[in-house]
Design a protein around this ligand. Structure first.
Ligand SMILES: Cc1cc2nc3c(=O)[nH]c(=O)nc-3n(C[C@H](O)[C@H](O)[C@H](O)COP(=O)(O)OP(=O)(O)OC[C@H]3O[C@@H](n4cnc5c(N)ncnc54)[C@H](O)[C@@H]3O)c2cc1C
Length: 472
């Protein structure tokens, strides 16, 4: 193993001013938005490990040089783009190189005829969406982190947006990509609508969280931006009944773009002006050609009323559209009021989802000290089941070891109850380093496939090892 100073000198000789070593930059690049690190940062007691340097790649050639060097010299590489991940995927380890794609920030082509858009990995999603909308299109991809995330990171984490019931997750949008493998080999996949030419190489990179390769360029589908929106909110007595209504909407074959059910706690926090105490709230929007949105709206209205929903009109949905990305404004919003706040998203079949909800809500106040909120909503639904997005907060301890123990206990409850009912512990935030220890359990016998892929892609274990799979 080379001395760290030698590694730095040699990287600087290869990549010049794109190798950054300023202390403030290294700290900034050492973690993402995961709740316990935000708490540590706010309290001036930051425990994340700091990288040796940050390499700001300007193009694919820089990525090739960096990976070839690191692979040859067994230096750990942590790929990064927007660093808006929430599971410590882009968190660094001592001595690692943070390979940052955010300067690779350009739309290469918008192909109107085939409805395709190609962009470099560091292009912000918000910029891509604006660019599309100015030309009558939309990406259809609206994660809450729209103002923060970049296209390479979105593919790497298998992200999903708020209009997913209509447009799907990023896996349904990705058409092709360019990536650099650990040894510096550049690969490109073919942009075709569909093919049956063996397993699709493109798909191996979706959700790979920087473990297999560095994604440099992405081609996604784009959609006509109809803006023929139908929207409606409803109050619902019981969370369980709301889930049943969504199940019927999905299984009858409707695809409203927005399908959300917030439990009474969340409904009370944001929509108290519209509902009675203890009621849950459902928010819907349909998008697409006019006839389709109208028919979808009528079907949703008919089905939720069958389950006893009370019509609240459009205003709560307008409010949701207005505030839906506000969390991105300030990472320390909760910490400023003395709270550690985080979110955790899981999924399960219709048979099991309510039992997970019930058990988590029951256990939290009994097992997590000083809880101030535990709530959930369902925001991504399928014919087979749905997700639950838990939001929790507790008064944070200023002793960081104790605060971390509280944080872990909160997460553990959600993970345990989800695994108990055969759900998935990661619906869309990815695994990161935080949940990696649970992934053998998540996959069971199929975990072997991930080990084989890791061995093949990255035999020297330089690529973000310890992320999405535990260190061997
Ligand atoms: C307020 C907030 C709201 C959020 N809402 C949503 C949501 O609605 N839906 C959702 O899906 N997610 C959401 N997220 C999570 C996060 O925004 C997504 O995971 C996003 O996809 C991360 O993109 P990024 O560019 O910030 O990636 P980063 O955080 O930089 O990286 C994420 C992972 O991908 C790897 N990686 C990054 N770039 C590359 C690359 N070029 N090649 C290979 N690997 C790479 C990293 O090593 C890391 O493991 C939210 C986060 C926040 C803070």
């Amino acid at each position: 193993m080379k001395e760290q100073q030698t590694v730095l000198t040699e990287l600087k000789a290869l990549l010049g001013d794109n190798v950054l070593t300023d202390e403030a930059i290294l700290r900034e690049h050492s973690s993402d938005w995961i709740g316990h690190r935000r708490w540590e940062k706010y309290n001036g007691c930051y425990l994340a490990q700091i990288p040796l340097c940050v390499i700001k790649a300007q193009n694919t050639a820089d990525v090739v040089k960096a990976l070839q060097y690191c692979n040859h010299n067994r230096v750990t590489v942590i790929p990064q783009c927007g660093r808006s991940g929430v599971c410590a995927g882009s968190e660094t380890v001592n001595g690692a190189v943070a390979l940052d794609g955010s300067a690779m920030n350009r739309i290469i082509k918008l192909d109107e005829e085939n409805q395709l858009l190609t962009a470099l990995c560091g292009t912000p999603l918000q910029y891509i969406e604006k660019y599309c909308q100015e030309r009558g299109f939309t990406t259809g991809h609206f994660p809450q982190s729209l103002p923060l995330a970049q296209i390479g990171g979105l593919v790497s984490t298998r992200s999903i947006g708020q209009l997913s019931t209509l447009y799907g997750g990023i896996e349904e949008m990705l058409v092709g990509l360019e990536a650099v493998l650990a040894d510096g080999t550049v690969i490109r996949t073919k942009n075709v609508p569909r093919r049956a030419a063996g397993p699709e190489p493109r798909d191996l990179f979706i959700g790979s969280e920087g473990n297999f390769a560095f994604i440099t360029e992405v081609t996604v589908k784009i959609f006509r931006n109809h803006q023929k929106l139908w929207k409606r909110a409803y109050a619902m007595d019981k969370f369980k009944t709301g889930l049943e209504a969504i199940k019927e909407i999905m299984q009858e074959g409707w695809k409203p773009a927005v399908v959300r059910l917030h439990d009474a706690v969340e409904a009370g926090l944001t929509y108290s002006g519209f509902i009675n105490d203890g009621e849950n709230i459902m928010l819907f929007a349909a998008d697409g050609p006019e006839g389709l949105t109208k028919a979808t709206g009528q079907a949703v209205d008919r089905l939720v009323k069958k389950y006893g929903a009370r019509d609240l009109g459009e205003k709560p949905v307008d409010l949701w559209y207005k505030v839906r990305n506000n969390t991105c404004d300030d990472p320390f919003h909760a910490a400023k009021t003395g709270l550690v706040r985080d979110t955790c998203e899981v999924s399960a079949k219709w048979t099991d989802i309510y039992r997970i909800y019930e058990n988590v809500i029951h256990r939290f106040p009994r097992e997590v000290e000083n809880v101030t909120q535990i709530s959930a909503h369902s925001s991504h639904s399928y014919t087979t089941g749905t997700n639950l997005y838990f939001v929790f907060s507790f008064s944070g301890d200023t002793d960081m070891v104790r605060a971390r123990a509280q944080f872990d206990q909160a997460w553990n409850i959600i993970m345990e109850e989800t695994l108990r009912f055969n759900g998935s512990i990661c619906h869309h935030h990815g695994v990161g380093k935080y949940r990696a220890h649970l992934i053998p359990k998540e996959h069971g016998s199929a975990y072997r496939i991930l080990e084989i892929l890791k061995d093949g892609f990255d035999p020297n274990r330089i690529m973000n090892t310890g992320t999405f799979m535990p260190r061997p």
